[in-house]
Design a protein around this ligand. Sequence first.
Ligand code: LLP
Length: 475
Amino acid sequence: MVFTPPAALANSGRQYLPTVTDAASPNQHLMPLTAGVNDRDHLEIGGSDVTTLVEQFGSPLYILDERTLRTACRQYRDAFRHYYPGDSLVLYASKAWNCLAVCAIVASEGLGVDVVSGGELYTAVQAGVPAQALYLHGNNKSVDELTLAISTGCTIVVDNWLELHTLVELAAVELTADSPAPNPATIRILLRLTPGIECHTHEYIRTGHLDSKFGFDPDQLDAVFAFIIQHPSLNCVGLHAHIGSQIFELQAHQDLTGVMVQWLRKAAQYGIPVQELDIGGGLGICYTEADDPPSIDQWVQVICEGIVNACAREQVPLPRLISEPGRSLIGSACVTAYTMGSQKTVPGIRTYVTVDGGMSDNPRPITYQSVYRAVVASRMSEPLTESVAIAGKHCESGDIVIKQAMLPTTEPGDILVVMGTGAYNYSMASNYNRLPRPAAVIVNDGEANLILQREVYQDLIRHDCLPERLTKPPA
Ligand code: LLP
């Protein structure tokens, strides 16, 4: 295996290569930590040749590196243990990639899981995540979702007044034998508040500013606390805020710690024994060599010191400190391998090279104008001579995976690998143009196992209904 040094994230005329030791913060690398080049000049991840994986499992293919994911989990967990004198819990924000295998891995590393829907909750439960490690979010949870959460025994992060009232009603209702009656004392809730903190990230993934659809306005805190003390069925154990995603500056989270500890003091004034503060997620990752996010360790240190200092200032006991990273746990652990197809040169403008996927397996470029980097897995040491646009195969001009990529000379059949696709790719994937969703494999020490089967055409019509009368000619 050949590794270039960490500073060589910048493209030096060769294709991007990482480096790596377990001390490296995965979110600061373009490639999974185990990426390297083998004797055939092919990209290897987790000890598997990427071109062989595609031969074996088909294309496109999500390739998840177990070691990178586990390393990120351990770094979060260990950093909180190191910097925080109180109890802590890291929840994996599973909206980044929710499936059985990923939930099982993070749980085996001692993390809990944050879910935002009945479907994510169901998956996490099926993966064996224990109820006390599950937190349900959502700004419009249905009665069914709340009922499922109550019967599961997970903590509910309450977002608004309607939800508070619904929970009080649910606690009072005798449920059927299928869904056992909740014991009111077990409705364990956190309150989500909007802290009024701006951060520099895409408008769609900013959530902490006051003009947000999420959470209670802090002005309502008195009214909410007053409501809670009148309703003993609500066991309010904590407060939550999340300010946004793909954030590079540490200041916003530092400010958040101060704001949240003030809320904690207010809860104490109402006699509400709030023991948990959940500061959300948001640490960014490296999608290109221009991205320079703080390390996991630095982010955790700032949060822990902020909470410790603010608690000393406000004279409140240290809460159990909860965090909810998603992207920075899994984003850099996965790449997407595509097979290259047709090419088109528009003279004087650009050359388009195409791949066998696109906005259905990675909707981030078209949704957020996200920029990615790619390498050609079978030509790792060839010089980067072509500036091309990498286009997807969807019937939409905007379906461009990378607007401008530097690649070696390629031909149809080459395997193109896009990096940093672990977060919000599979989880936001669709069947647009009726493309079956790709398979996903997990790689480790030369072993590769399927974690998501490739969809087939039959899957695409599984939920279609064709009423019989439509099959007959009109009378
Ligand atoms: N906690 C809450 C309440 C959240 O809403 C989110 C993300 C997280 C935690 C995890 O944030 P992270 O650590 O991943 O930044 N689809 C967008 C990202 C949406 C993020 C939504 N909330 C994207 O592809 O960039």
